[in-house]
Design a protein around this ligand. Sequence first.
Ligand SMILES: Cc1cc2nc3c(=O)[nH]c(=O)nc-3n(C[C@H](O)[C@H](O)[C@H](O)COP(=O)(O)O)c2cc1C
Length: 406
Amino acid sequence: MSVRKNANFLDWRSQPTNSKVYPHFYQRFAISDYEELQDLNLIGGITFEKTYPDGVYHLRSVPSAGGLFPCEVYIQSRGIKGLLNGIYHYDPKEASLVLLQEIDKDGVEHCFDEGKKQKGLMFLISSVYFRSSWKYKDRAIRYVLLDAGHQLGAIYAGLCVMGRESEFVFEFDKIALNEMFGFRKDEFFTCAIKSAEEVDTTVNKLRQNLSFVSGCDYLETNEFIENAYTQTVNYEEQSFNPTPFFANIPKEQLKNAIINRRSIRAFRALGMEKSEFETILDGIFLFAMKHNIDIYYTTHLVNDVQQGLYKNDELLQEGDFRSKSRYLALEQNLGGQSGVTFYFTSNDVQKYQKVNILSGFLAHIIYVKSELLGIGCSGIGAYYDDECKEFLQTKNNILYLLAIGR
Ligand SMILES: Cc1cc2nc3c(=O)[nH]c(=O)nc-3n(C[C@H](O)[C@H](O)[C@H](O)COP(=O)(O)O)c2cc1C
């Protein structure tokens, strides 16, 4: 199997635009003008600018495979002081909310369970897949779901700083919502977060569907991805409140970690402490197992922790697997020079979208927790699939690799 040998030649000048821009006549509201939303930009705002000879490149609070940013975030707001009740598009570059439609007795709730009115914020995450399939072709289906999971994690972390609750929702009428938002097949919803109180009134369907606005400046459709989405979009899943992963962390500290989070490019091969490793992993395995995700990992450089291959917290095999993990991560040094390399896996094919999204979510929690301890982290979306399965001796699908260390 060779992902590397089949790598397509990429002309970066042909990269599609990576953020959706609504036409100029849509009303825009600066997030900083609303007291209750002061920290809202933590959910995906620009946190770093890199200047290259050919222009400025923006990095965000959320990581993204290849830096291609396929996700968009829409927010329905009711009852936020000073802000019109409405459906908004979040514009990370302008740090603003773009009003798509005012709401009253109608709203997106119509596509959720019993359609009960939600007073507060509802976040809807979509993927504009061509931004990613432009580079990764069919494999982009995995990347857009992992990216959606990181986006979920970034919204969750931002809401923690804002002192707001989160409820994760995977089961809703995504197809109807795609239609309501005027999406064609190139953009689709994958998951949502409610940070709202339920009111005992049912909400009507939007009185008018939103206009189609393209998520890219041009588009090459990919039938494989569109079919993969529609074949896996419907599954049963109760909404739930996630584990309070950041419960004991002072808000200012969490905020700084969110802003400073970056993907590490190379490790210095220094060890981390066992206590740091345990802090990072606190609650991760329980959450993962509850959602049918098995996390394998190879420990390379953790003081007082046996080098070896583990599954959840069980040691499967002692040994130094640095060169193996480097190889499996498509021969990227990150995989072998790390303190620990994780392998997110699952056998749940029914909930393919959810297990991928939640792997991205857990990876995001690990990113932020590592940052809090001054430990580096990087997602690794490129790996040798079959060889990983063979090494881990599992029939599970391999969803994602992640490396942490110094
Ligand atoms: C799903 C996913 C897969 C990634 N895969 C790799 C990878 O294989 N190799 C790598 O060096 N970085 C990888 N990254 C890191 C991205 O390159 C990085 O997030 C992006 O360039 C933005 O930089 P930042 O995370 O520092 O903001 C991945 C990130 C994500 C979210």
